[in-house]
Design a protein around this ligand. Structure first.
Ligand SMILES: *Cc1c(COP(=O)(O)O)cnc(C)c1O
Length: 343
């Protein structure tokens, strides 16, 4: 018994039973250790603390309508972590090890898996850091892989409420030819300042333009951008955005229900032509955008505002949302083989 009120969960940290960790030097992983204490001991000289030699993942476990426990496409997260680690020059767990640890963390924390119908889930946070003490700027020889979890709520509010976001042209989250396409913690550090300013001005998120030309749309701080116009699902193609597994899944579902899928550079000028616009990512699948302000300077009054819908989720976005969450909660057949069961 955890005493958690599942209906009150948001996206925040709750202490669970255990976390898992393993260290790697020279390709050899230590046996996975399960710890009840989520404080770890680390050298103050660890590269992860100084040079942002860190990458992470986020995925969820769901209690299904049939009582079974499902993970959503964990192999994709494993592969993406391996890509990020390669970029940082550190060792990453194999896909098998990654998925096995996902299953184990769910089993060990099953009391924290929200019940079916609560619209909540158990969020898994695989984290990989450069672990050995170092001073020189170089990729860490030793990495520490941790599998963490925390129960989280499904929505920002309780419905798919639309949010207001802002294009702040005087800020970028990633550099041209930089690490925007990798899930490294440094990208988040880089986007915090503009996000904080945006919050002060009442916006929930910042939508960044491609940093090289500032003419096409990239993505939000922690989620991808998509739009719907007519029968088309439109999402940016860019070297500086993170390949979202949710976005990839939405594209597949959109094609499956007969929509046209366009992944291509999306010029800012097209914003006025879209019928529905949203953020997508693991945390909420889809967050519809209501108002989108385009500001040359985030700190100034000048802006162009685009409005989508009436503050709720658009019809086509909702259809895609229902199909993804339906698969995740075992309410509908998974025609894509995305589900991995935890037994
Ligand atoms: C994690 C992340 C996303 C969403 O990816 P999902 O795999 O769908 O959760 C989008 N953008 C950024 C910058 C991210 O870090």
């Amino acid at each position: 018994m955890t005493g958690i009120d599942w209906s009150k969960l948001t996206f925040s940290y709750t202490k669970t039973n255990t976390m898992l960790c393993s260290r790697c030097i020279g390709g050899q992983w230590t046996p996975v250790e399960s710890r009840t204490d989520d404080n770890i001991s680390i050298s103050a000289f660890a590269g992860g603390l100084h040079y942002a030699i860190e990458c992470f993942e986020g995925l969820k476990a769901f209690r299904g309508k049939d009582g079974k426990v499902r993970l959503f496409r964990p192999e994709e997260n494993a592969k993406r972590l391996q890509r990020s680690a390669k970029y940082l020059g550190i060792e990453a767990p194999s896909t098998e090890m990654f998925v096995e640890m996902c299953k184990r963390i769910v089993r060990e924390n099953i009391d924290f898996l929200p019940p079916y119908g609560s619209h909540a889930s158990l969020y898994l946070r695989p984290t990989l850091i450069g672990f050995n003490p170092q001073l020189g700027v170089q990729s860490s020889k030793e990495s520490l892989f941790m599998m963490l979890c925390s129960p989280v709520g499904a929505y920002t509010g309780g419905t798919l409420e639309a949010i207001d976001v802002v294009i702040a042209r005087n800020y970028d989250r990633a550099a041209p030819n930089g690490c925007g396409a990798y899930k490294v913690g440094g990208n988040y550090a880089a986007s915090l300042y503009s996000l904080n300013v945006a919050h002060e001005f009442g916006y929930k998120a910042v939508l960044y333009l491609d940093p090289a030309t500032k003419t096409t749309i990239d993505e939000f701080n922690s989620s991808n951008f998509f739009a719907i116009r007519g029968n088309s699902y439109i999402t940016p193609k860019s070297d500086s955005i993170l390949p979202s597994i949710t976005n990839m899944s939405l594209e597949t579902v959109a094609a499956y229900v007969g929509m046209d899928v366009e992944r291509r550079p999306v010029p800012v000028e097209e914003l006025s032509t879209f019928e529905e616009v949203g953020e997508c990512g693991t945390a909420v699948v889809i967050t519809p955008v209501h108002r989108l302000a385009d500001k040359p300077f985030l700190e100034s009054e000048e802006e162009t505002v685009y409005t989508y819908g009436d503050g709720l989720c658009g019809e086509k976005s909702l259809r895609l949302y229902n199909m993804i969450t339906g698969i995740q909660y075992g309410e509908i057949e998974d025609p894509f083989g995305w589900t991995v069961f935890v037994d």
